[in-house]
Design a protein around this ligand. Structure first.
Ligand code: SF4
Length: 62
């Protein structure tokens, strides 16, 4: 599984990075990006980020 941030929707709040810092990183454009795959170790944190994103900007794909 791999998370993706829809850049057009992201408002740059940083919540996803706070939830799962090994997966989400804020970029110089002020938007978040997923920089790592979802693993057994981080999947709960990734799900928390998805659920917490105020813009519903995070998707997960196979
Ligand atoms: S939580 Fe959502 S809106 Fe906030 S930085 Fe992450 S992807 Fe963007």
């Amino acid at each position: 599984m791999r998370a993706y941030v829809e850049k057009d929707s992201c408002i740059g709040c940083g919540v996803c990075e706070a939830c799962a810092p090994d997966v989400f990183e804020m970029q110089s454009d002020g938007k978040a990006e997923a920089v790592a795959d979802t693993t057994d170790e981080n999947k709960d944190a990734v799900q928390e980020a998805i659920d917490s994103c105020p813009a519903s900007a995070i998707r997960e794909e196979e």
